[in-house]
Design a binder for this molecule. Sequence first.
Ligand code: T4K
Length: 406
Amino acid sequence: MYPVKNLDDLAIFGGSPAFTEQLHVGRPNIGNRQKFEVRVAEILDLKWLTNEGRFVKEFEQQIAKFVNVKHCIATCNATIALQIAIRALGLTGEVVLPSFTFIATAHALEWQGITPVFCDIAPETYLLDPSQVEALLTPQTSGIIGVPIWGRACDYEALGRIARDRQLKLLFDSAHALGCSYQGRMIGGFGDAEVFSFHATKFINSFEGGAVVTNDDELALKMRLMRNFGFTYYDQTDSVGTNGKMSEVSAAMGLTNLECIDEFISINYRHYKQYEKELAGLAGVRIIPYDEGEKCNYQYVVLEIDPGTIGLTRDVLMKALHVENVLVRRYFYPGCHRMEPYHSSFPDLVLPETERVAERVLCLPTGTGVTAEQITVICKLIGSVVQNGVEVSRRVGAELALASGS
Ligand code: T4K
């Protein structure tokens, strides 16, 4: 059936959806169930469910070893890990970060009463642009947060130089970047600290979960205490803390999934190459490339479209795919600076590159939740819509006008 011969065969024009079940971005990878169940049985037998249990300790050791850092502090999610790191680093006043990130990066600052100062991304990398960071620094700036979006490495040298010269703290929200490297060095060891996410939608999940990693002994101790209400001993706290602990069952899931990390990455890589190959030659469309000379988890396959070339917006393409049951996601539209509460705080802020990219990208289904055959159908669907971009746009526009009575 695909590519469609007649546009009426597309679900957006009344045809049957290509898939009867929904295909998601972020379907969880699940490792060996039996091994997970053995671990859960042990947790139940031990009656040790949380608070520095053996599985959390083992998970922390494995992550620290994997990314080659001294300390890993596992948490209940990455948002809390960011809040703990931000507080432990003593960030105050203003912190510069990219607007093109998941909202949690900005919220973690705002939660601590710090003003997020949104910087544009570089046109070549779609990552925090170091050449624009300096202009945003003020006497109130206490730090910079870089975000290796989709697992693509930041400009660690340039950001490190700025942080050193201006005596600023440097934190990385590396929620997407476990298993990725920069110049052969694993992401996790850059800046003062880095944060990973093990949310269900990440390629290694612990149901919910996160971690801060660092080589700084003092900072690690501070964050470890903060994670557990600040307790230094029974009935004794020396400073403020929160409850950021990872549970044992989460750590058991994390450990089980870590055992399959190579398998998950190779599936992700195969899917990425398949999308790249099957969409090659389609004018106005590309898969955002990864540096294959580096380690990468390939957990996000990101389509970028050029609306000018194909005569169709990303949002019409997204709608066309959604009704086919392909639930592509526009991570990270519209950019944090255009979301509340930030938009009201900075109503006139324009970040041209962030806004341009946020209007053009779509994350496609990948991971263990999707098969090669399904990817072929998705690519053919994309081809059918994109090759008929002008006509699809015209018909969608006409139907919308009809529906609104104009
Ligand atoms: N920094 C960055 C750069 C991040 O991207 C994130 C999180 C964070 C920090 C914070 O990390 P955590 O505090 O979450 O550890 C999702 C995730 O919730 C979020 O973790 C992730 N980034 C973000 C990029 O994506 P949503 O709201 O788009 O997720 P949701 O619930 O719509 O899930 C996506 C799809 O996955 C669903 O359509 C269905 C599928 N799914 C999801 C879950 C939870 C499943 O099939 N099974 C599941 O259990 O934010």
